[in-house]
Design a protein around this ligand. Structure first.
Ligand code: BG6
Length: 457
């Protein structure tokens, strides 16, 4: 039996744009997702757009009962910026009422809300002004964050600013997966810097108004693994570490941007525009805790035919296809639970053992109806095995002193996933798209309840 620390958080994560639905209703303004779907629906799996998603806007009260049914004691979701402040300034009263009732009901049910502020959902009014490229985005976000702390601070004690900031940077400005889908390294770094400062100024606002509770950020960091010990591969690993791990973890936890990262950016003419006082604010406003989303490791090797200055990340490190890898064929992601132990040790040894939790971990599987039994329940043993393997590695890390306080899966009910629509399913509950988003419990939900009740397995 592997037992976890007292008061360990067992729960799931989701986000406003992926679950709420009512995306064009109730006073919400458009996000880049709503607009992109309007412009290019063919880009989305089976033309499944962000309009209705899993209709949590209507079903939240029953969903919270379902959370209880599977032993969840915590839940992370986000507020939609475009719903709360449709024009960036004016409060949408209906949104306030919706979120207040949602968070109140979570608290009443003993499901601790962890509330995030940005999950890839840039309001369209701001995107038209340049989105994260524009310095206005920093102050606009800090205003939104302060508004959220003021409106919901009596109901929420655990806040996070961003989910996976690297994703909107990489997917929007380097790899073409998110709007505006452009490839421009310099812009990507500027977008990253503005995101970092939006985070820092939100932490500052949180501390200045003396909001109760704690504030953190959710990062998709994982130790990187180099193909070999050769100097070239190790150099590639170093660049990857700086860009995808230390770029946010260091300023957010240690209050500094690593010198080596600044040197690397200088070398490639990528230094962003900064403002007086930024450095001091980064130093003064570290986070109280970190959330780490972990799905797959990052394997790197020396770049092939790199150009200088670098045009994109592959001029600094290339991705290495490890021949011994195990793969989740539906998502194409490597399964490597050992990395969770390495993350735990990294947080302990390099980030002064700051409190942290696994804020997402999960397995997306397509066409899950293949695994439905006669009673209609999906027998997702693969998901149970996936969780067991990852929890075993996490437990090793905790045993060796890492300060981890929870484990959240992605996700609670199957949800909409950006360009992938509803292709890959991750939930403890199946969502029936043909039948008004009806929820049905999967076998993994029953296992999760035992896990939470026993505080281990
Ligand atoms: C995380 C994101 O990176 O992975 C979620 O925070 C996302 O928004 C999840 O849905 C699973 O990835 P995907 O692309 O299969 O939905």
């Amino acid at each position: 039996m592997l037992t976890f620390p007292n008061n360990f958080l067992w729960g799931s994560a989701a986000s406003a744009p992926q679950t709420e639905g009512h995306s064009l209703l109730n006073g919400k303004s458009l996000t880049t997702w709503d607009k992109w779907f309007e412009l290019n629906p063919e880009k989305f799996n089976e033309k499944q757009g962000p309009k209705d998603t899993s209709n949590v806007y209507e079903f939240y009260a029953d969903d919270i009962k379902r959370m209880k049914e599977i032993g969840m004691n915590s839940y992370r979701t986000s507020i939609s910026w475009a719903r709360l402040l449709p024009d960036g300034k004016t409060l949408n009263k209906e949104a306030v009422a919706f979120y207040r009732d949602y968070f109140e009901k979570l608290n009443e049910s003993g499901v601790k809300p962890i509330i995030n502020l940005f999950h890839f959902d840039m309001p369209w009014w701001l995107m038209e002004k340049g989105g994260w490229e524009a310095s206005e985005s920093v102050t606009a976000f800090a205003f939104y964050a302060k508004t959220a702390f003021e409106e919901f601070g009596d109901l929420v004690e655990e806040w996070t600013t961003f989910n996976e900031p690297l994703v909107h940077i990489e997917c929007g400005y380097l790899y073409g997966f998110h709007y505006p889908a452009i490839v421009d390294f310099k812009k990507a770094i500027q977008v990253g810097y503005h995101t970092l400062m939006a985070h820092v100024l939100s932490v500052k606002a949180f501390k200045e108004i003396k909001a109760k509770g704690r504030i953190g950020i959710i990062l998709n960091v994982t130790p990187t693994y180099a193909r070999s010990d050769s100097n070239e591969d190790q150099q590639a690993k170093k660049a990857a570490d700086l860009l995808v791990i230390k770029s946010f973890l260091d300023p957010c936890v240690l209050g500094t941007i690593p010198n080596e990262l600044i040197e690397l950016l200088k070398e490639h003419d990528l230094i962003p525009v900064t403002k007086t006082g930024d450095k001091e604010n980064i130093e003064m406003y570290p986070v109280d805790f970190i959330g780490i989303n972990y799905y797959q490791p990052m394997r790197v090797k020396a770049p092939e035919n790199p150009v200088k200055p670098a045009v994109t990340t592959t001029d600094l490190f290339a991705s290495y296809d490890w021949p011994d890898k195990r793969i989740n064929p539906y998502r194409g992601w490597e399964i490597y639970p050992e990395a969770l132990y390495d993350v735990a040790m990294m947080m302990k040894n390099e980030y002064h053992n700051i409190p942290w939790f696994v804020s997402e971990n999960g397995m997306g599987v397509a066409e899950e109806e293949r695994f439905m039994d006669e009673s209609g329940m999906i027998q997702d043993d693969y998901r149970i095995d996936f969780m067991k393997e990852h929890l075993t590695q996490l437990h090793r890390g905790i045993d060796e002193g890492s300060n981890c306080f929870g484990y959240h899966t992605w996700t609670f009910v199957d949800c909409w996933s950006w360009l992938n629509g509803y292709r890959n399913r991750y939930g403890f509950y199946r969502v029936d798209l043909e039948n008004n988003f009806e929820r049905t419990l999967k076998k993994s939900g029953i296992w999760f309840k035992e896990l939470s009740q026993n505080n281990g397995f």
